[in-house]
Ligand binder design. Structure first.
Ligand SMILES: [Zn+2]
Length: 361
């Protein structure tokens, strides 16, 4: 029976700096929260391995910790090691486990040991007055590195812009770490490309290092030309009763085997995404908007036995991994947005702060 509380430690176990994700269970037998002191008290909170096969977060944390092995951290650091059991087997999650990034406070999942576990971690980091929160992930398709935010507030976007200019705003699915921690402190999710690529871990560790050195997170708006901001408008899934695949053996839906090359490209209405099996009349996929409503008919149509786009969109996280498609989703649809910079400026004008503005707009 999994425990509703993590193992909590205030030192690094011997060997942690070099252990691989599939051997982590030999040091930490269950989900673990480690609190390390630093020159500044409020901790940076980092979660890794919420998805067991996404190993870049562990490697990034190890790189940072190695650097500070013999000197104090610039800021306290709390690290949550999530689905260690799935990491042992190289899976996102194990059969019978919920998704560890869908069970945080705000989740629609029924109460279970994992929802209690994540609630405990969130409360602990609130009590410790976390400075900022970073949740590190990989994806399986071909994607650039980007940061995600669940709030369009200046501090969230400032934090995201430290990772790169590509930022995605989403509020669905529910129960993510970043959405829960957003109630505590500025929070971002990092998407670092495919697991196992050295640049992903380097990029994430550089970001963590930058966060550790911040004395405060600027609360003025990010210059609008400094980031490319997109809003996730729908999560695409394949219907459970639909037999899909990427070759001719797929009975109901054969998806293009270079589908992930479409990520972060502008797609025109009429673009073909797959071929339908004989006689399939209804859409083989669903597309859930922010409220959880299926809006597939707004975006997709069947034309001459093909699954085609009905309007111009930009997809992200389209994957060729059939297990990920079943366990999570096929990908997302996005639209570009410009936040209300002027409103933020007006709000600032009412404050008495005379801090120098680094605004480039
Ligand atoms: Zn993930």
């Amino acid at each position: 029976m999994p425990a509703t509380r993590p193992l909590e430690l205030d030192t690094l176990p011997e060997g942690l700096l070099d252990v691989s994700a599939d051997r982590l269970h030999t040091l930490l037998p269950r989900p673990t929260l480690i609190h390390l002191p630093g020159r500044q008290d409020k901790p940076l909170f980092v979660s890794v391995l919420l998805h067991g096969n996404e190993t870049t977060g562990l490697e990034a944390v190890q790189q940072v910790l190695r650097k500070y092995a013999t000197r104090p951290l610039p800021r306290a650091l709390s690290i949550f090691f999530g689905n260690i059991e799935a990491a042992r087997h190289g899976h996102r999650r194990l059969e019978g486990q919920p998704d560890f990034n869908r069970v945080w406070p705000g989740t629609r999942h029924e109460p279970c040991t994992e929802t209690a576990l994540m609630a405990f971690v969130t409360e602990t980091m609130a009590r410790r007055r976390a400075f900022a929160s970073v949740d590190i992930h990989n994806n399986t398709g071909l994607n650039p590195h980007y940061a995600c935010v669940n709030r369009l507030e200046p501090q969230f976007l400032q934090l995201a812009s430290l990772f790169g200019r590509l930022v995605i705003y989403f509020t669905h699915p529910k129960g993510t770490q970043a959405a829960a921690l957003a109630a505590v402190c500025p929070a971002v999710t990092l998407e670092c490309g495919k697991p196992g690529h050295r640049r992903g871990a380097e990029h994430a560790s550089e970001f963590l290092e930058a966060c550790l050195h911040l004395t405060e997170i600027p609360d003025h708006p990010v210059a609008s030309e400094a980031i490319d901001l997109y809003h996730t408008v729908a999560q695409i899934t394949v219907r459970e009763d639909c037999a899909f695949g990427f070759d001719n053996s797929a009975r109901d839906l054969r998806l293009g085997n270079d589908l992930d090359h479409l990520n972060f490209t502008d797609l025109a209405a009429g673009t073909t995404l797959g071929t339908l099996g004989n006689g399939l009349r209804r859409l083989p996929i669903q597309a859930f908007d922010e409220t959880g409503r299926d809006v597939a008919n707004d975006y997709f149509a069947i034309r001459d036995g093909q699954l085609v786009l009905k309007k111009n969109v930009m997809p992200s996280m389209l994957t060729l991994d059939e297990q990920i498609i079943r366990q999570d989703c096929l990908g997302y649809l996005m639209e570009r947005i410009t936040p209300e910079w002027s409103n933020a400026r007006n709000a600032r004008a009412h404050m008495s702060s005379a801090a120098p503005q680094k605004h480039g707009g």
